[in-house]
Design a protein around this ligand. Structure first.
Ligand code: M6R
Length: 362
Protein backbone atom coordinates (compact mmCIF):
# COMPACT_ATOMS: atom_id res chain seq x y z
CA UNK A 1 0.00 0.00 0.00
CA UNK A 2 2.94 2.26 0.65
CA UNK A 3 4.10 1.51 -2.88
CA UNK A 4 7.62 0.71 -1.72
CA UNK A 5 7.98 3.79 0.47
CA UNK A 6 8.90 3.43 4.11
CA UNK A 7 6.04 5.64 5.29
CA UNK A 8 2.74 6.93 3.93
CA UNK A 9 3.96 10.45 4.49
CA UNK A 10 6.92 9.93 2.19
CA UNK A 11 4.70 8.32 -0.43
CA UNK A 12 2.36 11.29 -0.21
CA UNK A 13 5.22 13.77 -0.52
CA UNK A 14 6.30 11.98 -3.71
CA UNK A 15 2.76 11.93 -5.06
CA UNK A 16 2.66 15.72 -5.24
CA UNK A 17 3.62 16.16 -8.90
CA UNK A 18 0.71 13.91 -9.88
CA UNK A 19 -1.67 15.44 -7.36
CA UNK A 20 -0.98 18.91 -8.72
CA UNK A 21 -1.85 17.67 -12.19
CA UNK A 22 -5.17 16.49 -10.81
CA UNK A 23 -5.86 19.71 -8.92
CA UNK A 24 -5.10 21.92 -11.89
CA UNK A 25 -6.16 19.57 -14.69
CA UNK A 26 -9.07 20.65 -16.85
CA UNK A 27 -9.40 23.96 -15.03
CA UNK A 28 -7.70 26.25 -17.53
CA UNK A 29 -9.63 27.83 -20.35
CA UNK A 30 -9.66 30.61 -22.91
CA UNK A 31 -6.32 29.99 -24.57
CA UNK A 32 -4.48 29.78 -21.25
CA UNK A 33 -5.72 33.13 -20.00
CA UNK A 34 -8.60 31.95 -17.83
CA UNK A 35 -9.61 29.56 -15.13
CA UNK A 36 -12.82 27.62 -15.24
CA UNK A 37 -14.35 26.51 -11.94
CA UNK A 38 -17.81 25.10 -11.80
CA UNK A 39 -19.12 27.37 -9.06
CA UNK A 40 -22.54 28.94 -8.58
CA UNK A 41 -20.81 31.92 -7.02
CA UNK A 42 -21.11 35.33 -8.71
CA UNK A 43 -17.67 36.97 -8.39
CA UNK A 44 -19.24 40.41 -8.85
CA UNK A 45 -21.51 39.88 -5.86
CA UNK A 46 -18.54 39.64 -3.48
CA UNK A 47 -16.71 42.53 -1.89
CA UNK A 48 -14.84 40.80 0.87
CA UNK A 49 -13.42 37.33 1.51
CA UNK A 50 -13.06 35.61 4.88
CA UNK A 51 -11.10 32.35 5.03
CA UNK A 52 -11.35 29.99 7.98
CA UNK A 53 -9.67 26.64 8.70
CA UNK A 54 -7.42 24.77 11.14
CA UNK A 55 -3.77 23.72 11.15
CA UNK A 56 -2.20 23.14 7.79
CA UNK A 57 -5.42 24.07 5.99
CA UNK A 58 -5.31 27.43 7.81
CA UNK A 59 -1.79 28.02 6.48
CA UNK A 60 -2.99 27.33 2.95
CA UNK A 61 -5.58 30.04 3.61
CA UNK A 62 -2.82 32.49 4.50
CA UNK A 63 -1.30 31.92 1.06
CA UNK A 64 -4.82 32.32 -0.31
CA UNK A 65 -5.09 35.72 1.34
CA UNK A 66 -1.94 36.86 -0.35
CA UNK A 67 -3.04 35.53 -3.74
CA UNK A 68 -6.61 36.86 -3.66
CA UNK A 69 -5.55 40.32 -2.51
CA UNK A 70 -2.85 40.51 -5.17
CA UNK A 71 -4.74 39.07 -8.08
CA UNK A 72 -8.39 39.90 -7.39
CA UNK A 73 -7.93 43.06 -5.28
CA UNK A 74 -10.49 41.91 -2.73
CA UNK A 75 -9.90 42.45 0.99
CA UNK A 76 -9.24 39.11 2.70
CA UNK A 77 -9.13 38.04 6.33
CA UNK A 78 -8.00 34.62 7.49
CA UNK A 79 -8.93 33.21 10.84
CA UNK A 80 -8.43 29.99 12.75
CA UNK A 81 -11.82 28.27 12.78
CA UNK A 82 -11.89 27.65 16.55
CA UNK A 83 -11.59 31.42 17.07
CA UNK A 84 -13.83 32.49 14.22
CA UNK A 85 -16.82 30.42 15.30
CA UNK A 86 -17.05 32.03 18.73
CA UNK A 87 -16.05 35.56 17.83
CA UNK A 88 -19.40 36.75 16.50
CA UNK A 89 -17.75 37.71 13.21
CA UNK A 90 -19.34 40.50 11.16
CA UNK A 91 -20.45 39.05 7.84
CA UNK A 92 -23.13 39.76 5.25
CA UNK A 93 -24.39 38.44 1.93
CA UNK A 94 -21.56 40.20 0.05
CA UNK A 95 -18.96 38.33 2.11
CA UNK A 96 -17.55 35.16 0.62
CA UNK A 97 -16.61 32.79 3.42
CA UNK A 98 -14.12 30.14 2.30
CA UNK A 99 -13.53 27.15 4.57
CA UNK A 100 -10.65 24.80 3.83
CA UNK A 101 -10.36 21.19 4.95
CA UNK A 102 -8.70 17.98 3.86
CA UNK A 103 -11.13 15.72 5.72
CA UNK A 104 -14.23 17.89 5.50
CA UNK A 105 -15.00 16.67 9.03
CA UNK A 106 -13.05 19.04 11.28
CA UNK A 107 -15.65 20.20 13.80
CA UNK A 108 -14.34 23.73 14.25
CA UNK A 109 -14.26 24.30 10.50
CA UNK A 110 -17.74 22.84 10.07
CA UNK A 111 -19.03 25.15 12.82
CA UNK A 112 -17.27 28.14 11.24
CA UNK A 113 -19.13 27.33 8.02
CA UNK A 114 -22.44 27.11 9.90
CA UNK A 115 -21.78 30.45 11.59
CA UNK A 116 -21.06 32.06 8.20
CA UNK A 117 -24.30 30.65 6.82
CA UNK A 118 -26.28 31.86 9.82
CA UNK A 119 -25.05 35.35 9.05
CA UNK A 120 -26.07 35.11 5.42
CA UNK A 121 -22.59 34.94 3.88
CA UNK A 122 -21.99 33.10 0.62
CA UNK A 123 -19.93 29.99 1.35
CA UNK A 124 -17.32 28.01 -0.56
CA UNK A 125 -15.48 24.94 0.72
CA UNK A 126 -12.04 23.97 -0.55
CA UNK A 127 -12.04 20.24 0.20
CA UNK A 128 -10.36 16.95 -0.44
CA UNK A 129 -12.78 14.31 0.89
CA UNK A 130 -15.88 13.86 -1.22
CA UNK A 131 -19.22 13.40 0.53
CA UNK A 132 -17.89 14.86 3.78
CA UNK A 133 -20.04 16.86 6.23
CA UNK A 134 -18.65 20.18 5.02
CA UNK A 135 -19.31 19.25 1.37
CA UNK A 136 -23.00 18.79 2.15
CA UNK A 137 -23.44 22.18 3.77
CA UNK A 138 -21.37 24.62 1.71
CA UNK A 139 -22.98 26.57 -1.16
CA UNK A 140 -20.08 25.66 -3.44
CA UNK A 141 -17.28 23.10 -3.26
CA UNK A 142 -13.90 23.34 -4.96
CA UNK A 143 -12.31 19.90 -4.76
CA UNK A 144 -8.53 19.66 -4.61
CA UNK A 145 -8.44 16.05 -5.88
CA UNK A 146 -5.44 15.05 -3.76
CA UNK A 147 -6.68 11.48 -3.20
CA UNK A 148 -6.73 9.80 0.22
CA UNK A 149 -4.16 11.16 2.65
CA UNK A 150 -3.13 8.63 5.30
CA UNK A 151 -0.17 10.29 7.03
CA UNK A 152 -1.40 12.34 9.97
CA UNK A 153 0.95 15.13 8.94
CA UNK A 154 -0.64 16.72 5.91
CA UNK A 155 1.57 17.17 2.84
CA UNK A 156 -0.08 16.63 -0.53
CA UNK A 157 -3.34 18.15 0.68
CA UNK A 158 -1.50 21.35 1.57
CA UNK A 159 0.13 21.86 -1.83
CA UNK A 160 -3.15 21.00 -3.54
CA UNK A 161 -5.04 23.50 -1.34
CA UNK A 162 -2.57 26.23 -2.24
CA UNK A 163 -2.94 25.30 -5.92
CA UNK A 164 -6.72 25.60 -5.52
CA UNK A 165 -6.25 29.10 -4.10
CA UNK A 166 -4.10 29.98 -7.13
CA UNK A 167 -7.03 28.95 -9.33
CA UNK A 168 -9.59 30.78 -7.21
CA UNK A 169 -7.54 34.00 -7.15
CA UNK A 170 -7.07 33.99 -10.93
CA UNK A 171 -10.74 33.16 -11.42
CA UNK A 172 -11.87 36.05 -9.19
CA UNK A 173 -9.32 38.47 -10.67
CA UNK A 174 -10.37 37.71 -14.25
CA UNK A 175 -14.10 37.79 -13.51
CA UNK A 176 -13.77 41.10 -11.69
CA UNK A 177 -11.75 42.60 -14.52
CA UNK A 178 -8.72 43.43 -12.39
CA UNK A 179 -6.32 40.79 -13.73
CA UNK A 180 -5.22 41.13 -17.36
CA UNK A 181 -5.25 38.17 -19.72
CA UNK A 182 -1.50 38.56 -20.07
CA UNK A 183 -0.84 38.47 -16.34
CA UNK A 184 -3.17 35.49 -15.95
CA UNK A 185 -1.43 33.68 -18.81
CA UNK A 186 1.95 34.13 -17.14
CA UNK A 187 0.62 32.63 -13.90
CA UNK A 188 -1.09 29.80 -15.71
CA UNK A 189 2.12 28.94 -17.54
CA UNK A 190 3.90 28.81 -14.16
CA UNK A 191 1.15 26.59 -12.75
CA UNK A 192 1.39 24.23 -15.69
CA UNK A 193 5.12 23.89 -15.04
CA UNK A 194 4.55 23.16 -11.33
CA UNK A 195 4.40 19.34 -11.40
CA UNK A 196 7.82 19.29 -13.08
CA UNK A 197 9.25 21.82 -10.63
CA UNK A 198 7.99 19.85 -7.64
CA UNK A 199 9.55 16.72 -9.12
CA UNK A 200 12.86 18.60 -9.34
CA UNK A 201 12.51 19.75 -5.74
CA UNK A 202 12.17 16.12 -4.65
CA UNK A 203 15.58 15.65 -6.24
CA UNK A 204 17.09 17.86 -3.51
CA UNK A 205 16.42 15.12 -0.96
CA UNK A 206 20.11 14.15 -0.46
CA UNK A 207 21.12 17.71 0.46
CA UNK A 208 18.06 18.03 2.68
CA UNK A 209 18.92 14.74 4.38
CA UNK A 210 22.42 16.07 5.10
CA UNK A 211 20.93 19.11 6.82
CA UNK A 212 18.54 16.87 8.79
CA UNK A 213 21.47 14.72 9.91
CA UNK A 214 23.51 17.76 10.98
CA UNK A 215 20.76 19.29 13.14
CA UNK A 216 18.57 16.39 14.26
CA UNK A 217 19.71 16.69 17.86
CA UNK A 218 18.91 20.38 18.22
CA UNK A 219 16.04 21.27 20.53
CA UNK A 220 14.76 24.34 18.72
CA UNK A 221 14.46 25.55 15.17
CA UNK A 222 13.42 28.93 13.80
CA UNK A 223 11.74 29.23 10.39
CA UNK A 224 11.63 32.54 8.53
CA UNK A 225 9.77 33.57 5.41
CA UNK A 226 7.94 36.62 4.17
CA UNK A 227 5.17 37.55 1.79
CA UNK A 228 3.58 34.52 0.18
CA UNK A 229 6.27 32.42 1.85
CA UNK A 230 5.55 33.46 5.42
CA UNK A 231 2.96 30.65 5.49
CA UNK A 232 5.65 28.35 4.04
CA UNK A 233 7.73 29.04 7.15
CA UNK A 234 4.72 28.39 9.41
CA UNK A 235 3.95 25.12 7.65
CA UNK A 236 7.61 24.03 7.71
CA UNK A 237 7.72 24.61 11.47
CA UNK A 238 4.43 22.77 12.02
CA UNK A 239 5.62 19.74 10.05
CA UNK A 240 8.86 19.56 12.05
CA UNK A 241 7.01 19.87 15.37
CA UNK A 242 4.36 17.31 14.50
CA UNK A 243 6.58 14.47 13.42
CA UNK A 244 10.00 15.03 15.02
CA UNK A 245 8.80 16.66 18.29
CA UNK A 246 11.51 19.30 17.91
CA UNK A 247 10.28 22.70 19.00
CA UNK A 248 10.05 25.00 16.01
CA UNK A 249 8.59 28.41 15.54
CA UNK A 250 8.06 30.55 12.52
CA UNK A 251 8.26 34.29 12.12
CA UNK A 252 7.79 36.66 9.26
CA UNK A 253 11.38 37.50 8.34
CA UNK A 254 10.88 41.23 8.86
CA UNK A 255 9.56 40.63 12.35
CA UNK A 256 12.73 38.92 13.58
CA UNK A 257 14.32 42.03 14.97
CA UNK A 258 11.20 42.75 17.01
CA UNK A 259 11.87 39.90 19.38
CA UNK A 260 12.99 36.44 18.23
CA UNK A 261 16.47 37.74 17.37
CA UNK A 262 17.13 37.56 21.12
CA UNK A 263 17.06 33.75 20.81
CA UNK A 264 19.68 33.49 18.09
CA UNK A 265 22.75 31.44 18.96
CA UNK A 266 24.73 28.58 17.47
CA UNK A 267 22.27 26.07 18.94
CA UNK A 268 19.13 27.06 17.10
CA UNK A 269 19.26 26.48 13.35
CA UNK A 270 17.43 29.12 11.32
CA UNK A 271 15.71 27.92 8.16
CA UNK A 272 15.13 30.90 5.90
CA UNK A 273 13.03 30.90 2.77
CA UNK A 274 15.18 33.12 0.55
CA UNK A 275 14.02 32.23 -2.94
CA UNK A 276 13.68 34.86 -5.68
CA UNK A 277 11.22 37.56 -4.65
CA UNK A 278 10.68 41.30 -4.69
CA UNK A 279 12.07 41.53 -1.15
CA UNK A 280 15.06 39.22 -1.64
CA UNK A 281 17.60 41.90 -0.66
CA UNK A 282 15.85 42.56 2.61
CA UNK A 283 15.89 38.85 3.39
CA UNK A 284 19.65 38.78 2.79
CA UNK A 285 20.17 41.60 5.31
CA UNK A 286 18.13 39.60 7.84
CA UNK A 287 20.37 36.58 7.24
CA UNK A 288 23.40 38.75 7.87
CA UNK A 289 21.87 39.79 11.18
CA UNK A 290 21.43 36.14 12.15
CA UNK A 291 25.00 35.24 11.28
CA UNK A 292 26.41 38.27 13.06
CA UNK A 293 24.98 36.67 16.23
CA UNK A 294 26.57 33.26 15.57
CA UNK A 295 23.31 31.92 14.19
CA UNK A 296 23.37 29.00 11.80
CA UNK A 297 21.52 29.71 8.54
CA UNK A 298 19.96 27.07 6.32
CA UNK A 299 18.76 28.95 3.26
CA UNK A 300 16.18 27.79 0.76
CA UNK A 301 17.34 29.48 -2.43
CA UNK A 302 16.51 29.60 -6.11
CA UNK A 303 18.71 27.48 -8.33
CA UNK A 304 21.51 29.60 -9.76
CA UNK A 305 21.73 31.94 -6.77
CA UNK A 306 25.42 31.45 -5.99
CA UNK A 307 25.69 34.74 -4.08
CA UNK A 308 23.61 33.38 -1.22
CA UNK A 309 26.37 31.00 -0.23
CA UNK A 310 28.15 33.95 1.38
CA UNK A 311 25.21 34.42 3.75
CA UNK A 312 24.29 30.86 4.68
CA UNK A 313 25.89 27.81 6.28
CA UNK A 314 23.81 25.42 4.20
CA UNK A 315 21.93 26.10 0.98
CA UNK A 316 19.07 23.98 -0.34
CA UNK A 317 18.38 24.85 -3.96
CA UNK A 318 14.90 24.68 -5.41
CA UNK A 319 13.77 25.49 -8.95
CA UNK A 320 12.97 29.05 -9.86
CA UNK A 321 9.39 30.11 -10.46
CA UNK A 322 7.14 33.14 -10.00
CA UNK A 323 7.08 34.45 -6.44
CA UNK A 324 3.31 33.88 -6.27
CA UNK A 325 3.71 30.23 -7.24
CA UNK A 326 6.87 29.57 -5.19
CA UNK A 327 5.13 28.57 -1.92
CA UNK A 328 4.11 25.27 -3.54
CA UNK A 329 7.65 24.46 -4.63
CA UNK A 330 9.33 25.66 -1.45
CA UNK A 331 7.18 23.84 1.06
CA UNK A 332 8.09 20.49 -0.49
CA UNK A 333 11.71 20.99 0.62
CA UNK A 334 10.53 21.72 4.17
CA UNK A 335 8.27 18.65 4.19
CA UNK A 336 11.33 16.58 3.32
CA UNK A 337 13.40 18.28 6.03
CA UNK A 338 10.77 17.36 8.63
CA UNK A 339 10.53 13.81 7.28
CA UNK A 340 14.29 13.19 7.15
CA UNK A 341 14.69 14.57 10.67
CA UNK A 342 11.85 12.50 12.16
CA UNK A 343 12.96 9.34 10.36
CA UNK A 344 16.50 9.74 11.76
CA UNK A 345 15.11 10.18 15.25
CA UNK A 346 13.09 6.97 14.84
CA UNK A 347 9.78 8.73 15.31
CA UNK A 348 6.43 7.24 14.34
CA UNK A 349 6.17 9.41 11.23
CA UNK A 350 2.69 8.37 10.10
CA UNK A 351 1.10 8.30 13.55
CA UNK A 352 2.74 10.99 15.67
CA UNK A 353 1.94 10.88 19.37
CA UNK A 354 -1.19 12.71 20.58
CA UNK A 355 -2.42 13.57 17.07
CA UNK A 356 -5.48 12.40 15.14
CA UNK A 357 -5.91 12.62 11.40
CA UNK A 358 -9.16 14.41 11.72
CA UNK A 359 -10.28 16.36 14.75
CA UNK A 360 -14.03 15.84 15.07
CA UNK A 361 -14.33 16.82 18.73
CA UNK A 362 -13.56 20.15 20.32
O1 M6R B 1 -8.95 17.82 7.72
P1 M6R B 1 -8.57 19.25 7.93
O2 M6R B 1 -7.82 19.83 6.77
O3 M6R B 1 -9.74 20.11 8.31
O4 M6R B 1 -7.59 19.24 9.17
C1 M6R B 1 -7.09 20.43 9.72
C2 M6R B 1 -5.96 20.16 10.69
O5 M6R B 1 -6.40 19.35 11.75
C3 M6R B 1 -4.77 19.48 10.01
O6 M6R B 1 -4.28 20.24 8.93
C4 M6R B 1 -3.62 19.26 11.02
O7 M6R B 1 -3.07 20.50 11.41
C5 M6R B 1 -2.55 18.33 10.45
N1 M6R B 1 -2.07 17.47 11.48
C6 M6R B 1 -1.38 19.08 9.86
O8 M6R B 1 -0.35 18.26 9.44
Amino acid sequence: EKAGFEHFMLKEIYEQPTVLQHTLGGRFAGNGTDVQLELGLDPLAVDRVVISACGTAFYSGLVGEYLIERLARLPVEVEIASEFRYREPVLDERTLCVVVSQSGETIDTLEALREAKRQGARTLAVLNAKGSSISREADDVLYIHAGPEIGVASTKAYTAMVAAFELLAIFLGRARGVLSGEAAAELIRALRALPGLVEETLGARPEIAAVAEAFKDKRDYLFLGRGANYPTALEGALKLKEISYIHAEAYATGEMKHGPIALIDADMPVVAVATASALYDKTISNLQEVRARDGVVIALASRGDEAIRAHADHVIYVPRTLELVSPIVNVVALQLLAYETAARLGRDVDQPRNLAKSVTVE
